[in-house]
Each structure stands twice: as C-alpha cells, then as structure tokens.
Write a protein that binds this ligand. Structure first.
Ligand code: ZN
Length: 201
C-alpha cells in the first residue's frame, strides 16, 4: 500500500478497528462503524498539546517547591514535597519503591512531555536527534509508564489513614498543584497525536 493511502487509514481508539476515511473527508463527525466511537481526524493537529506541556513544566517546578501534605505531630510540623517522598523512601531502604516512584511519577511524565515538545520542534525546524520510529516507540513507552493519578490516589488514602492519628493533617499547596499537573499532562496527551506531527512535512 502506498504511503498516501496509508494516511487515510485511521485506527479507532476504542476498539482498534482500522477505518478507511479517504472518501468521507468532509464529514467532521466520523464514527467507527463497529463501536460508534468518534474517530480522530487526519488533517488536524493543533498546538494545544505544546501549550499544555509548557504549562505542565512550570507547574512541575512549583510542585517541587511546595509541600504535598503537611502533618503536625506534637507541635512538630512535617512537610513533604514530591522529591522528598522519593528521598525519604530511599533513605529508609525502600530502594525499589523509591525507584518506581521516581520513574513513574517524575521521569516518565517528564520524558513523554519532552517528546511532545521535541516533536513540534522537529516538525518545524527539521532538527533531528533520533530516528522517528525511535521517538514514536519512546513516546508510547513513557506514556504507558506514567502513573501520576495512582500517586494522587495513594496520597489521599494515606491522608485518610492519618486522620485521627496525628493532631493535624492537611493537603498543602503541592497537592493542588499535582492535581493541576495531572490535568495538564492528561490534556497534553489527549490533544497530541504523534502520528500527525511526523506525517505533516
Ligand atoms: Zn471502534
């Protein structure tokens, strides 16, 4: 099959069916014939993903300044930031857990957003660090290993368990920042279509 024809094949994100959309290009509301899910349009790519990524990086910096949770035990205030959680676990001997958190909460989301930004730069300046297929695989790898949402749920569970055990616990600014960070990360990935970026040359 020629490359041009391949561009008109879209994969349904819900059921994985490949749909030929070459003849129905004018229709803005294409749906999968098998499961009726809205299909991604071929000829659209926006800068939204890039803006979400850049915002997410700023929020990430703030996230490392402000504590996630603050606890006070017998007059002593304990505040923990995102990086602190990794360091504390590491110092306590939980090497594997600290590595998992470092990788899934910090490195993977950052790498996948770096790839989004790189893709836009690559697309506009022809600047190339790695072959496209490599970037493509890396993007999906990091995206699948990003678990910010799981981390947030675990903070909430810990928080609930701490209520009553210590005098005061409260979610700090960092917690609201990580929620915002998750939102930006989610939107960046939702708006981004790596195939479109590398196709449009
Ligand atoms: Zn489908």
């Amino acid at each position: 099959m020629k490359e041009k024809e391949l561009k008109n094949i879209v994969e349904c994100e819900h059921c994985g069916l490949f749909v030929d959309i070459s003849e129905k290009k004018e229709d803005n509301l294409l749906k999968c014939p098998r499961c009726n899910t809205k299909l991604p349009l071929t000829n659209s790519y926006s800068f939204d993903a890039l803006y979400y990524c850049i915002s997410a990086f700023f929020v990430f910096i703030l996230l490392n300044i402000y504590p996630l949770v603050s606890i006070s035990i017998v007059g002593k205030d304990l505040k923990t930031t995102l990086i602190d959680t990794v360091l504390i676990l590491y110092k306590e001997g939980f090497f594997f857990v600290s590595f998992v958190i470092l990788f899934t909460i910090i490195l993977s989301p950052l790498c996948s957003m770096f790839i989004i930004i790189y893709s836009f730069i690559h697309n506009h300046t022809r600047f190339e660090l790695f072959p496209n297929y490599y970037i493509y695989n890396l993007f999906h790898f990091f995206k699948n290993w990003s678990f910010i949402d799981v981390f947030i749920v675990s903070i909430i569970v810990t928080y609930i368990k701490l209520i009553g055990m210590v005098s005061t616990t409260k979610f700090d600014i960092g917690f609201y920042l990580i929620l915002f960070y998750l939102f930006l990360f989610y939107m960046a990935n939702r708006k981004f279509n790596i195939k479109k970026v590398f196709e449009e040359k």
